[in-house]
Write a protein that binds this ligand. Structure first.
Ligand SMILES: Cc1cc2nc3c(=O)[nH]c(=O)nc-3n(C[C@H](O)[C@H](O)[C@H](O)COP(=O)(O)O)c2cc1C
Length: 360
């Protein structure tokens, strides 16, 4: 049986934001960096990070930094306050085999009444609707988060644009990225792939032309020095990947893949498992999505190499246990991140560094 997650899925987003992380253990002494590594030109102690999601604010960033995760992503923020969907926001999806696309065409059971026996059993759905604090709050907090990093650790701030009547979604993406830069962010990730929102911002990566246009405005607004990462969802068609890399590459330093994949989640009685309309389908993450992540990473890596683009590939999705790490590296991920895995096993980076020091 696993210990309870550090992000308490029985509690609301607000309670996790205010009172988390929930951890009663001992933080071990950091393992010294094995060698010299650079992430988009900046020194980092390892290739291990946490993507946008569980790190709700500076306290969360500081906690996971102390546990040896070296590339830490601040959960996606907006240009204005936006509430979270009500609790529950995460449910276990007790599915004991890795997903293929066919699996995602059937409803899947989501429940809190499950006890995973190992990290390989931790597949969940999450549905938050991309909440955000007001910029006045998150900008101050980003400054604080930056001050809590150790040597050779970096902070990425994830941002999303919201469609606006006057400036459109691209204008709001550019504005939010600019706010992040003003808060001291040197690394900005744009979320082009959130299945849990109803608006156009949800699946921008599916439209390479529009993605390129939005990125060009973002780049103009943040200038050439800030490192820019695009977060995308599952993609397997080589033609689509080629087109996306072609249209977006000129503005980017890295691509991060994948975000959650969408499924229909029901309770054991067959009704929608998450309360409220628009939540019948929600994002799946954790162990079972690993094959979909690896497929996307392989496709991206091939295309980046064939177009000779100077783009870093960040692998995300189902990295739940130390043995998964090598698979991501072999698929072509230059850096590897875990959201669900880190929620249930905050020692994942530490144990990986212990076992795998030179390669970490
Ligand atoms: C609790 C939680 C919240 C998340 N919130 C965000 C978010 O705000 N922005 C984003 O780009 N991805 C978000 N994600 C998606 C993760 O960054 C990641 O792409 C996905 O969970 C797959 O990785 P995993 O299998 O390691 O969890 C979230 C994931 C989780 C588990």
């Amino acid at each position: 049986m696993l210990p309870p997650p550090v992000y308490d899925i029985r509690k609301s987003y607000e309670d996790n934001y205010t009172f988390g992380p929930f951890f009663g253990g001992i933080i071990p002494k950091p393992i010294p960096p094995a060698g010299s590594l650079a992430f988009l030109g900046h020194k980092v102690a390892s290739r291990i990070g946490i993507p946008a999601g569980p790190l709700l604010n500076a306290r969360w960033i500081g906690f996971y930094a102390r546990l040896g995760f070296d590339i830490l992503t601040y959960k996606t923020v907006r240009s204005h306050f936006h509430p979270s969907y009500p609790n529950p926001n995460c449910l276990y999806v007790p599915y004991h085999k890795p997903f293929d696309l066919e699996d995602l065409t059937h409803p899947l059971i989501g429940t809190l009444a499950y006890t995973p026996a190992s990290m390989h059993d931790v597949t969940i759905t999450n549905s938050f609707g991309m909440p955000s604090q007001d910029p006045a709050i998150w900008m101050e907090d980003v400054k604080k988060a930056n001050s809590l990093l150790g040597e050779k650790q970096i902070l990425v701030v994830s941002v999303v644009g919201t469609p606006q009547d006057d400036i459109g979604i691209e204008g709001d993406f550019a504005r939010t990225a600019r706010l992040a830069k003003n808060a001291g962010a040197e690394f900005i990730e744009v979320n082009f792939s959130c299945p849990n929102v109803k608006g156009k911002e949800g699946q921008l990566y599916q439209d390479p032309e529009s993605s390129g246009k939005v990125l060009s405005q973002i780049r103009e607004s943040i200038g050439p020095d800030v490192r820019l990462i695009m977060k995308i969802g599952f993609l397997e068609d080589p033609g689509k990947i080629r087109n996306l890399v072609e249209k977006t590459g000129p503005y980017l330093n890295a691509i991060s893949a994948i975000n959650t994949v969408t499924g229909t989640i029901i309770n054991p009685e067959g009704r929608p498992a998450l309360p409220g309309s628009g939540r019948e389908r929600s994002g799946l993450c954790g162990s079972a999505i690993k094959p979909l992540a690896l497929k996307t990473i392989r496709g991206l890596k091939t295309e980046v190499a064939s177009q000779k683009k100077d783009l870093t590939v960040i692998g995300v999705g189902g990295f739940n246990a130390i043995e998964d790490y090598t698979e991501f590296r072999q698929a072509g991920a230059d850096f590897v991140m875990t959201a669900t895995g880190a929620m249930w096993d905050p020692f994942l980076a530490y144990h990986l560094k212990q076992r795998n020091a030179p390669e970490s």
